[in-house]
Design a protein around this ligand. Structure first.
Ligand code: G
Ligand code: G
Ligand code: MN
Ligand code: NA
Length: 250
């Protein structure tokens, strides 16, 4: 309960920030998108990671107000991008409980409209578990989003253990290969084989692949050579606050 009230207060006091990490198109080398990643700075020189507070927010239901805050922030950031002539998409993470909220679609739609944001600039990242555990709700949500122009990426792809059949039935645009599969592609034959298999499957299903956690030029070259569409990782840039991101884009 203590962390819950702390988090509530953090939203109110603007101790939460959305950091941005660029995503590169591998064939052109251009930044085409950024991922919005939540950061919490309870004091000036302390921080709590989303890997700690997101699960708590999920358990306590605080993910609803928090998720709405992120959606609003992401739409606001897109309007700031527009002012700076930064013409890229913005992807945000959505957790399981948010997907089960039947008001999620309406909230995204009305927020985008209110702020004058083109829905085609928005991407949602979901983990496959969400789609499988909550198939009917997810299907309705994804179809509505698709109709509106919002794109969908499957996050942490390759780490789940569910059937792949949802890829056939749901309107999914991208697979994000989890960084645990990317980190050893230079040396680990099995990881290479898995990444190549994902790329081959994605081509057949007309899904574009984003490699996460790219940290070296060798990893980038391997992915490029095998026609992976996009990449993201410390090799290019770490997640950064808005001001730094704008400077980085210029
Ligand atoms: O940025 P970092 O590696 O610390 O993120 C850790 C985890 O927190 C990742 O799994 C990421 O998807 C998740 N995360 C970051 N920001 C958000 C957010 O705004 N909403 C949700 N649901 N998860 C987030
Ligand atoms: O689960 P999700 O894919 O949303 O998590 C994204 C997280 O991965 C972010 O918290 C981000 O800080 C982290 N991340 C992004 N690029 C790299 C990287 O190259 N190496 C490592 N170790 N972490 C990364
Ligand atoms: Mn993500
Ligand atoms: Na991931």
């Amino acid at each position: 309960l203590r962390l819950e009230s702390q988090l509530r207060e953090a939203i109110a006091k603007e101790q939460l920030q959305v950091y941005l990490q660029p995503i590169y198109d591998l064939s052109s080398g251009r930044i085409v998108k950024a991922e919005a990643l939540l950061r919490w700075f309870p004091t000036k020189d302390s921080s709590i990671g989303p890997d700690v507070f997101i699960p708590i927010a999920e358990q306590t239901g605080l993910i609803y107000p928090l998720g709405k805050w992120v959606i609003t922030k992401v739409c606001e950031l897109l309007t700031v991008f527009k002012q700076h002539n930064i013409n890229i998409k913005l992807a945000m993470n959505v957790s399981p409980r948010q997907v089960s909220d039947r008001h999620l679609f309406e909230f995204i739609k009305s927020t985008a409209e209110r702020l004058g944001v083109d829905a085609h600039k928005l991407e949602l990242e979901l983990t496959e578990g969400v789609l499988v555990d909550n198939y009917n709700k997810a299907q309705k949500l994804l179809n509505s989003l698709r109709e509106m122009g919002v794109t969908i990426a499957i996050d942490d792809f390759g780490t789940g253990y569910s059937s792949l059949s949802y890829l056939k039935h749901l309107p999914i645009d991208h697979l994000k290969i989890d960084r645990s599969l990317i980190s050893d592609i230079d040396t680990n034959e099995d990881d290479r084989a898995i990444v190549l298999a994902i790329l081959a499957m994605a081509t057949q299903l007309r899904l574009k692949v984003i490699a996460e956690g790219v940290e070296t030029m060798e990893q980038q070259e391997f992915l490029k050579q095998h026609r992976c569409a996009s990449a993201q990782g410390f090799y290019y840039a770490k997640p950064m606050p808005l001001e730094s991101f704008i400077a980085f884009m210029k």
